[in-house]
Write a protein that binds this ligand. Structure first.
Ligand SMILES: [Fe+2]
Ligand SMILES: [Fe+2]
Length: 337
């Protein structure tokens, strides 16, 4: 491209950006009204826009917990990378666990746009001040757990997260679009892995069934407490962060899993699972929400181990953070010179 045309294009971009800034500043003058108007019009709130303090705080809490879950979620599966039964399975699992680190990164970056620092978020996780999804406090006892986690845990994550692609906060919604694409690969690889086991020897079939038996109810609990007990839901729905209630999403997940379990040839561990013609949905037994609350409060089978491991990894990685900061400072000096 000729140099003049390039410079003109750049100037045009700068002008556009300045106009957007002026427009944002005008909107900020009448913050509350503009926030309500954006939400009512189903448009996105962006980092520069005015927003109620509670909207900001709620989003920081939600995005941070989500980011922490991605990072802690690497542990149960990371546990099996060295014991994968073939090179192919090892490569797939390695790619999946690495994806989860990437999800954590997108989400921490989205949270930072709300004015919280990465260091604050790290501290909140490492000290247990902020939570992560309870599902990752359960142990992975056999190779079949890798299949069951992909199918059920990543499957539940997709059902939860697809509506977040339309959430009212722009950076969160955009991060979720990419996350969901990768979660879809996670779910499929898990399903395929479990399918192979479920068609295998009697021992392999028993291992697949045992994994499904152990992961079914914790996966149902991933949708959170029942609607009647859900403290943050109503406001979150009004702000269009959340689009469907916990129970609606849980039902959607159950309806999705039943035919998939039939194809797999595994039984979901719920004798009450029956098609309800009237409702047009499957009836099912709810997970034990008292157990969920105990795990949320830090009393899950692996809660202490997960947090201790994350703290150790954080300390071990101090030199990497220091080196990266030194490199960034050196590059900055070069740019200034
Ligand atoms: Fe993820
Ligand atoms: Fe995933």
């Amino acid at each position: 491209m000729p140099a003049v045309a390039g410079a003109e294009r750049l100037l045009g971009e700068v002008e556009e950006a300045e106009a957007a800034l002026r427009e944002a500043a005008e909107r900020a003058l009448d913050g509350e009204a503009s926030f309500d108007a954006v939400i009512a019009a189903d448009q996105k709130i962006e980092p520069r826009d005015a927003m109620p303090d509670a909207y900001r705080a709620g989003l920081i809490r939600q995005i941070a917990q989500h980011a922490h879950s991605e990072i802690i979620g690497m542990q149960p599966e990371g546990n099996w990378i060295s014991r994968a039964p073939s090179l192919r399975r090892k490569a797939i699992l390695l790619a999946k666990v690495q994806d989860e680190a990437g999800h954590g990164l997108y989400l921490y970056a989205a949270a930072e746009t709300l004015g919280v620092s990465r260091a604050e978020l790290d501290t909140a996780l490492l000290t247990g001040k902020q939570k992560y999804s309870s599902i990752f406090n359960y142990p992975t006892l056999s190779w079949a757990d890798m299949g069951a986690i992909g199918w059920l845990v990543d499957g539940a994550a997709i059902v939860n997260q697809v509506p977040l692609c339309r959430c009212s906060y722009g950076p969160y919604a955009r991060a979720m679009i990419r996350v969901c694409k990768e979660e879809s690969f996670h779910q499929r690889q898990g399903y395929q892995s479990l399918y192979v086991l479920a068609q295998g020897t009697p021992e392999q079939r028993a291992m697949a069934q045992d994994a499904v038996d152990r992961w079914w109810y914790p996966s149902l609990a991933m949708f959170g407490p029942p609607d009647a007990d859900s403290t943050h839901s109503a406001q979150s729905m009004a702000w269009k962060v959340k689009r469907f209630s916990n129970d609606e999403l849980r039902q959607r997940f159950v309806d999705m899993c039943v035919p998939q379990a039939e194809i797999l040839g595994v039984t979901l561990p719920d004798p009450n699972l029956t098609w309800n013609e009237l409702r047009g949905h499957y009836d099912y037994t709810s997970p034990d929400f008292d157990e969920l609350m105990r795990v949320v409060k830090g009393d899950g089978p692996c809660s202490r181990q997960r947090l201790a491991h994350r703290n150790r990894a954080h300390e071990d990685g101090a030199w990497v953070r220091e080196a990266a900061a030194a490199y960034a400072a050196k590059k900055n000096r070069k740019v200034m010179a």
